[in-house]
Design a binder for this molecule. Structure first.
Ligand code: HEM
Length: 346
């Protein structure tokens, strides 16, 4: 680059000597040549360079989401990266022993495991973005894609923070199924959870340091997206058989390139509070899903009041969802002090 700037400078001196910066006693107004030259010479700090690439990545992600409706899979990828976190493993080794939003889902041990079936595709979508923005960590890219997807689909702006460090391997203490939730029984978390979706949800989310209200808020992410027989196997619909709402080309599929699956809501590319409208769409309309872990939110005394509040008040859902999502996106995270920044500062 220095060589290019030198050659450009020599050419400028020959072509337009006035554009070369003169000594202080010779008057010289900056012109477009100077601006161009200065752009080459600016020494960006690590933080400035990082912010510039965050802005570029944001724009590329927005384009991808608009082009192929990959918002839901971006959200799920980020949640499954964060969701390996277990506060009980803190202090059992050096960072990142407790798991979390570390970008470790890109390693074979995680991406090829059962709970992550289907998510390798989402990582592929990020490859050109990572290549264009090499300074960014995988952990940040994955979390940014999720926050951007929610906003792009009509949901709240998440008050994100960036500068996550990447893990260089999946932590030894993270073992499949990584403490991630099951949709159908028998549920993980020991004998008391096996047949209890409520106990299972608390087993999963309490190890993140979350409470019942946060469980309900985050479950509301199922207002978007689909489940596939060919991925989780939790529903009878897959790539080759769609519901009335998930066929490629139908109005609810918008620009999605993937056929089929079964959604929780009719308009499964719109982030709103329709997941909470009673009766749940999966109970009222057999084209939609309601897993036991969804239905229990409408009956368990710890979950029900929040569920009802979100059904009445989309603003309450959006603001509490945004806070819970931010917390999810920072589980187990170590921020690089040189690039640490909030999402509204670039
Ligand atoms: C509460 C317990 C949860 C259970 C039991 C659960 C279960 C599932 C299952 C079985 C699927 C279908 C996967 C497939 O077949 O491709 C799925 C999809 C999805 N989940 Fe969850 N999930 C839970 C929590 C969450 C949370 C906390 C989030 C985000 C904050 C989330 C976001 C999503 C999204 C967006 C999809 C759709 C992905 C797509 O369309 O490709 N889920 N979930």
């Amino acid at each position: 680059m220095a060589c290019l700037v030198g050659m450009y400078d020599a050419w400028r001196e020959w072509w337009n000597p006035k554009s070369i910066r003169k000594s202080p006693w010779q008057s010289h107004k900056p012109n477009c040549h100077d601006l161009y030259y200065d752009n080459f010479l600016i020494q960006q700090s690590k933080g400035q360079k990082y912010k510039a690439q965050l802005a570029k990545a944001r724009q590329m992600m927005r384009q991808k989401i608009a082009d192929i409706s990959c918002g839901p899979i971006f959200i799920r990828l980020a949640w499954h990266d964060s969701g390996t976190y277990d506060k009980n493993n803190e202090g059992k080794g050096s960072w990142p022993c407790a798991g979390g939003a570390l970008g470790s889902i890109r390693f074979d041990k995680e991406i090829t495991a059962g709970p992550n079936a289907g998510l390798a595709k989402a990582l592929k979508y990020y490859e050109p973005i990572k290549a264009a923005c090499p300074a960014l960590s995988w952990a940040d890219l994955i979390q940014m894609g999720s926050a951007e997807a929610i906003e792009a689909m009509g949901g709240p702006k998440i008050p994100m923070r960036y500068g996550r460090c990447d893990a260089d391997k999946s932590p030894d203490l993270s073992v499949a199924p990584f403490g991630l939730p099951d949709a159908l029984p028998p549920f993980g978390g020991g004998p008391s959870c096996a047949n209890s979706p409520a106990a299972h949800l608390r087993y999963v989310f309490y190890k993140y340091g979350m409470n019942d209200q946060e469980i309900v808020a985050l479950s509301g992410a199922h207002t978007v997206g689909r489940a596939f027989k060919d991925r989780s196997g939790a529903v009878p619909y897959g790539y080759s058989n769609a519901t009335a709402y998930t066929a490629k080309g139908c109005p609810f599929a918008m620009t999605s390139q993937t056929n089929g699956g079964q959604s929780w809501t009719k308009e499964w590319l719109k982030f709103d509070n329709s997941y909470f409208v009673m009766p749940m769409q999966g109970e009222a309309d057999k084209e939609c899903i309601a897993f036991p872990t969804d239905k229990v939110l409408t009956t368990d005394p710890g979950f029900k009041p929040t569920f009802q509040k979100y059904a009445r008040d989309q603003n309450a859902f959006f603001s509490e969802y945004a806070m819970a999502h931010k917390k999810l996106s920072e589980l187990g995270t170590k921020f690089d002090s040189e690039v640490d920044c909030d999402g509204s500062s670039f």
